[in-house]
Design a protein around this ligand. Structure first.
Ligand code: C5P
Length: 403
């Protein structure tokens, strides 16, 4: 009875595999879980509210959700009273609407309003699954922290063959269990502070100094720590990435603001400083836009050093996080610099990565890192930034469990 006391909000969109959702309800109930079902209009063409109601032993919510229902349980409450939202079988249409942030029916409204993790189990025709639009929608959803149980390959109801069949129910059940059982949330009860992105240091009201950091690695780390159950505060410089799901995001521009936001977020047990903080700021940013005039001198900028956020937090006498992790982005002599940096900054671990042009790391999708700890250096293989984040989060969880 691994799901006792846990509630799944199961959203059933239209699709030939919708009938399998009924069996999924049965399996979840057998594990002791509570299931509230939401049927989209298309879903109701494939399974009836009555069968769902009988199996869930709960009221079934549809688009006919009336004002009477609303007074009993509002949309927002319905989406937040669950521990996990599961969309199965997730059609190409609902994935597109989720990626676009539409709230065009009850199901998508709940998905947009929720503060809980979301898991989707797609099922669709093979061409729809491999279409560039679906691929892009899925990438968007994953970047936002939505978990995906990939469809399987095999003969399909439409007569074609390929990937697109709903994953086997035990696989979906296992993914749900992994989200809901305490063993999968080893960082539950821990607060993690993560910095990410570049900082912008103003020159005048319209110009600033920045760097090429995309924030991908830091955002992925925040999402990975949240997935392991940590309460995460992500202090982010200006990035174009969506906020990771289930993470509290504090948006800042300058290094000084980033330090203030980090200090305000303490206490935290874990702190990961992945932001590419500008080392210097313009001493006196102009209050008005600097104008060029014929024959006038080119402005000279004077710089002041920025506070070192990592070193400041790592060397705090009070409220120092138990584990402080810094990054070392270097273009040469990577390990020697990283080992020295760990000691100089007073942090526990350094994640060292090569950001020379040839590495393609800065702004890219992959990262090849070396983890420098007191015990030595671990060389990790080249991995997508999300996988580096997952591995780092696992490594942090192991540290906290005393492994
Ligand atoms: O000294 P360097 O910039 O190479 O150190 C990189 C590490 O220090 C990263 O973890 C970065 O987030 C952090 N850092 C910081 N504040 C600064 C400069 C760097 O937190 N002003």
């Amino acid at each position: 009875m691994s799901l006792t006391g846990r509630t799944v909000l199961l959203i059933i969109p239209g699709g030939i595999a919708a009938y399998k959702a009924l069996e999924l309800v049965r399996l979840l109930k057998r594990e002791g879980g509570r299931v509230r079902a939401v049927l989209t209009e298309a879903g109701a063409q494939f399974v009836t509210p009555l069968s769902l109601q009988a199996l869930t032993e709960e009221k079934v919510y549809t688009d006919l959700f009336s004002l009477t229902d609303e007074s009993e349980m509002g949309h927002i409450q319905l989406s937040r009273a669950a521990d996990l939202l599961v969309v199965a079988p997730a059609s190409a249409d609902i994935l597109a609407r989720m990626a676009a942030g539409l709230a065009s029916d009850l199901a998508t409204t709940l998905l947009l309003a929720t503060d809980k993790p979301v898991l989707v189990a797609p099922a669709m025709n093979v061409r729809m699954w491999t279409h560039a639009a679906t691929v892009a929608n899925l990438a968007t959803l994953k970047a936002r922290g939505v978990s995906v149980v990939k469809p399987e390959e095999g003969p399909m109801a439409c007569g074609e063959f390929g990937p697109g069949r709903l994953a086997e129910l035990p696989v979906i059940l296992e993914a749900i269990r992994a989200h809901l059982t305490p063993a999968a949330r080893p960082l539950a009860g821990q607060h993690a502070l993560v910095t990410s992105g570049p900082t912008h240091e103003p020159i005048d009201p319209v110009r600033y100094i920045a760097n090429r950091s995309s924030g991908r690695q830091g955002h992925a780390i925040a999402a990975a720590l949240a997935a392991l159950g940590a309460r995460v505060t992500l202090v982010s410089g200006p990035v174009t990435l969506p906020d990771p799901a289930g993470v509290a995001v504090v948006k800042v521009e300058t290094a000084a603001q980033m330090l203030a936001a980090c200090e305000a977020a303490l206490p935290a047990e874990i702190a990961v400083f992945a932001a590419a903080v500008a080392d210097w700021r313009v001493a006196e940013p102009a209050a008005l836009k600097l104008k060029k005039a014929p024959g006038a001198e080119v402005p000279e900028l004077h710089f002041l050093p920025n506070p070192d956020i990592l070193a400041t937090i790592a060397q705090r006498a009070e409220n120092r996080p138990r584990l402080v992790v810094g990054f070392a982005a270097e273009t040469h002599d990577l390990l020697a610099h990283a080992v020295a940096k760990r000691l100089r900054k007073g942090c526990d671990w350094i994640v060292a990565n090569d950001v020379s042009d040839r590495s393609g790391v800065m702004g890219g999708a992959e990262n090849e890192i070396h983890l420098v700890t007191e015990a030595g250096v671990e060389d990790w293989p080249r991995l997508p930034k999300e996988a580096v984040a997952g591995r780092l989060a696992d490594r942090i969880a192991a540290e906290f469990s005393g492994d």
